[in-house]
Write a protein that binds this ligand. Structure first.
Ligand code: SF4
Length: 117
């Protein structure tokens, strides 16, 4: 089976052709760097996505602070991660890099603030 995907690891967006046989990736073509190869193999086996959102702030200048996952999380957990993020309210002050949720859903990934409040 051949699957055509677009690498989202950088703005170039290289079209990549992945050949899968017996559930295993046997070839990756079209990528112009090693990151593309890694992306294609991960996308076919255990796709992950970076997550961005906002978290409510109690006593801050603004009512919410932007947050992101410190690393990509499994794609199938994105919706559940968003539900966890929506439950949280942090107390001001919040600084860039503060861990808002540690090890969200046991993924090993922290949710961190990307702005001050
Ligand atoms: S294959 Fe490399 S150059 Fe192409 S989009 Fe992916 S990261 Fe960028």
């Amino acid at each position: 089976m051949v699957k055509n995907i677009v690498c989202v690891s950088c703005p170039l967006g290289c079209p990549i052709e992945v050949t899968i046989e017996n559930g295993e990736v046997v070839s990756v073509k079209g990528n112009t760097c090693k990151r593309g190869d890694n992306y294609a193999r991960t996308e076919m086996t255990a796709p992950k996505r970076s997550l961005t959102s906002t978290v409510k702030v109690d006593g801050g200048v603004l009512p919410v602070v932007p947050v992101k996952s410190a690393a990509p999380v499994p794609k199938e957990l994105m919706f559940d991660c968003m539900k966890e993020i929506n439950k949280v309210t942090v107390k001001a002050p919040v600084a860039i890099g503060d861990v808002v949720i540690k090890n969200i859903l046991n993924t090993g990934v922290d949710i961190v603030a990307t702005n001050n409040d």
